[in-house]
Design a protein around this ligand. Structure first.
Ligand SMILES: [Mg+2]
Length: 308
């Protein structure tokens, strides 16, 4: 297996402030999703009640794109527009043939879930194209890995600003239930736009910790499938990975969770890619979080621990 020609750009010169997201007074009402633990006869929010014993974890770490927000489609569109524009111009310049960037063959395989610049490098490598890495400050029209990544980011932000970011209501409902019952909730995403997207979609206050692409760069964390970013999000909640679960929709993210020693990794097969997520190490795979209750999550952790 060939390694990507470059892991991305050089380090950014601009450090960013870690986004503050804790605001329990602003929690989305959870009345629309009653505590799942009542299904098994317990109320985990009452210390000493029988239901408290059914609680097998303390924190849940969510990926953002495709799990909380419906931004995956926006990313795919922005990547396609950027790469198609570039490939078309390059083909014209070299009198070569233009071959389009596809969702199934290219986005899913090389880009989805990876840090932006690594995604650029990985896809270019697949087409036998080598460009200078450049630096994060490169202009969006620079013919470098960073420049192309920045152009994609510009296109993405244009779409978000124009159309906003939709939410997966079932995910928001589960987060509200978790928080109402005292579980901690964090976010771990490769995105460098999480502050904008979370704010735009009104869910920034739901997460007690956010580790995104900006924080990762500051801390020197490796991108998914390395487990760093999930572990950092868990650590910031004060919870050991053995007592935290991961919810992810991309294969590389599921792999990251599986590599991180977490209590459970739930794969969200948004594109009917159940088999791929199972192969990547998911403990549980569903199409949407509406298919699973908190009681079932706790039960799955018990079953996993029983297997050893
Ligand atoms: Mg995702």
């Amino acid at each position: 297996m060939a390694a990507a020609p470059t892991s991305g750009c050089g380090p950014s010169r601009t450090a960013s402030v870690f986004p503050k997201t804790i605001n329990s007074s602003n929690l989305v009402a959870s009345a629309h999703n009653p505590p799942a633990s009542t299904a098994s006869g317990g109320d985990a929010s009452s210390p000493g009640h029988a239901g408290a014993a059914a609680r097998e974890f303390d924190a849940a770490i969510f990926d953002m794109d495709g799990v909380v927000t419906r931004t995956a489609a926006v990313h795919s569109r922005a990547w396609k527009q950027m790469f198609d524009d570039y490939l078309r111009a390059r083909a014209a310049r070299n009198l070569g043939e233009f071959r389009e960037f596809t969702h199934e063959g290219d986005y899913r395989r090389y880009v989805d879930g990876r840090p932006r610049y690594q995604g650029v490098a990985k896809f270019l490598d697949s087409r036998g194209i080598t460009l200078p890495a450049g630096v994060p400050e490169d202009a969006p029209d620079a013919e470098t890995v960073c420049g192309l990544g920045n152009r994609k980011n510009e296109l993405f932000n244009e779409i978000i600003a124009r159309e906003g970011a939709g939410l997966y209501e079932s995910t928001v409902a589960l987060i509200a239930t978790l928080r109402a019952q005292g579980y901690k909730v964090g976010l771990a995403t490769s995105s460098r736009n999480s502050a904008l997207i979370l704010e735009k979609s009104g869910v920034a206050s739901l997460f007690g910790s956010v580790v995104d692409g900006v924080v990762s760069a500051v801390l020197g964390l490796q991108g998914k499938p390395a487990p760093d970013i999930f572990q950092a999000a868990s650590a910031r909640l004060g919870v050991h990975p053995e007592h935290a679960i991961v919810i992810e929709d991309a294969a590389s993210g599921v792999e990251a969770g599986a590599n991180g020693g977490f209590a459970l990794v739930i794969g969200l097969a948004r594109e009917d890619n159940h088999a791929e997520l199972w192969r990547s190490g998911a403990d549980l795979v569903v199409s949407d979080l509406a298919e699973v209750t908190l009681a079932q999550i706790n039960e799955a952790i018990r079953a996993k621990r029983a297997k050893g």
